[in-house]
Design a protein around this ligand. Sequence first.
Ligand code: PSU
Ligand code: MN
Length: 306
Amino acid sequence: MKAFLEINPEVQLALEQNKPVVALESTIISHGMPYPQNIETAKAVESIVREYGAVPATIAIMDGKCRVGLSEEQLLTFAQSTNTWKVSLRDMPFVVSQQLMGATTVAATMRIAAMAGIKVFVTGGIGGVHRDAATTMDISADLTEMANTSVAIISAGVKSILDIGLTLEYLETMGIPVVTFRQNSFPSFYSNSSGFDSPLRLETVADIAAMLHAKWKMQLSGAVLVANPIPIDQEIPAAIIEITIVKALEAAKAQNVFGKNLTPFLLKYIADHTMGESLSSNIALIKNNAKLGAEIALAFSKQIVG
Ligand code: PSU
Ligand code: MN
């Protein structure tokens, strides 16, 4: 495995010393946001992670290696390049062996984080069960990966381009705890609530860290999904964004967009049709997640002894 994994020295040292490290994905940079907001956000997220006491490790594939921790120059390359692969689990061996540039989704980032020994991963929103999955079978590999890989994912919940109810059912089936930070309602990315109750709720970062230790010490492998609601003053209410989501789904159908292209298509459509409002919310929520993720990573590493 070592031949395919390149951990940068700062991240390596932090891991050896049991210091907190936060993994970050790269698909959100290459396929989730436009330039230059993508590079500004990627850099801001890294500095928030540092500010709250953890080492950031953005993960991507480059030159035949899974890279853990990117330089500023590498981040910029991913932010500007237009021919980067969106790499989910199934694409990893292809992109590595062909030496292509690959931006990793939640599924692939989690797997690489786990290879490196990182326990906490911050993203915006996870992939899930798509609204018409009964006929398309479109269920993100993020979910199956979460059943296998023991990493905590801090996200703003599940975006309502997906079927949130079915996604929660799927997570339950796979034995993945879903815990919302400080509220009963499960959030839906741009929106503070989703209309669904969160299966679990916790009030403190220490409680979340303790739950991670309990799960993994009992050998209950797999992820924990921590849902961090976007603050009300930065949200787009669910009923309002729903109008644009319905149009985005119709446009995808009319243009025959499916498979790995669907999620990036929907995200771009929504950003283009909300006059940037969805992009501002997206940036706000990921920064919010970076803070919580760093705090959880710090609490988790403090609780390692005992
Ligand atoms: N959800 C978002 N923004 C994103 C993604 C999801 O709000 O950028 C990206 C993540 O990288 C996620 C991927 O892992 O899309 C899911 O893609 P798919 O639905 O094709 O599995
Ligand atoms: Mn899919």
